[in-house]
Design a protein around this ligand. Structure first.
Ligand SMILES: [Fe+2]
Length: 280
């Protein structure tokens, strides 16, 4: 097991234990989660390629437990690109790990339902940020950013999010970062609702959502740095050709230049071609 897989599995264990402690009403020691977040931060601080490693990790854990960890790691990357300090990054990672704990109070038949949820079931699901906020408040977690980050990770800039329909800068900064990480991971992971898509599709979606739904400045930081990440990645195209990304145009980040054997394919000019898989 690589160092990265070790810290990843350790983080998933924290996430799973927390979920089960809440579900079975066991005693929760929040200090363990804070110490775990510090340890994760210490590791991530020294590793620039978090997102590449995250993409290639062999993950057999249930989405319910792995998703918060991936959101925590992606949020860390965004926070680092935003030049947040060490203490803030550690609290951000902690918020990622706990952001969906309200789901521990949602019954399995709703959580694992593969079909579309009914309106009543959807309302129960939509209550999870508030439920998580209340659980953490009950644990005497006094850190406002952690509490508000959990409460606001489904809020949207134009007021169409939940649970409080907050607008723009009414939304807590951690909540805004988590919202981007949450969407990116949900799209690039296999969930009970859909198969995973390539990071490029997720980047395109976040670009679209930056007009009105997600914080435009944080999206810009995310998009700029994400495209740099994929230089050198090997990808498969929808015509089965395989090649390496050699240039990413900042105006069309999801359509890079690809070196395939003895030719260069410019996806900005090949409208019928797209990346369907990342191979490393
Ligand atoms: Fe959530």
């Amino acid at each position: 097991m690589s160092d990265f897989e070790e810290i990843y599995e350790y983080s998933v264990m924290i996430s799973k234990n927390l979920f089960e402690d809440i579900r079975f009403s066991r005693q929760i020691n929040f200090d363990h989660i804070k110490i775990g977040s510090e340890k994760i931060c210490d590791y991530l601080y020294l590793n620039a390629n978090i997102l590449i490693m995250l993409h290639s990790v062999e993950d057999k854990n249930p989405y319910l437990y792995s998703h918060p960890v991936k959101v925590a790691f992606i949020s860390y990357a965004i926070g680092k690109w935003m030049n947040l300090g060490r203490d803030e990054l550690s609290r951000l990672v902690c918020t990622g790990i706990v952001h969906d704990i309200g789901k521990a109070k949602v019954r399995d038949s709703i959580l694992n339902k593969p079909e579309k949820l009914t309106e009543a079931e959807m309302n129960i699901m939509k209550n999870h940020p508030l439920m998580g906020y209340r659980i953490l408040t009950g644990l005497n977690v006094l850190d406002t950013d952690i509490l508000l980050g959990v409460l606001s990770h489904h809020e949207r800039q134009n007021g169409t999010g939940y649970p409080r329909n907050q607008i723009g800068d009414q939304i807590n900064k951690f909540g805004k970062i988590l919202a981007i990480a949450d969407i990116y991971d949900a799209m690039t992971s296999k969930t009970p609702y859909h198969d995973k898509v390539t990071p490029f599709k997720a980047i395109e979606e976040i670009y679209q959502l930056s007009f009105g739904l997600l914080d435009p400045q944080i999206c810009q930081v995310f998009l700029k740095n994400m495209s740099n990440f994929y230089y050198g990645s090997v990808v498969r195209l929808n015509d089965e050709r395989v090649g390496e990304i050699v240039y990413v145009n900042q105006e069309e980040r999801t359509k890079p230049l690809i070196h395939c054997e003895d030719e260069y394919i410019n996806l900005t000019q090949e409208r019928n071609l797209e990346i369907v898989e990342m191979l490393n």
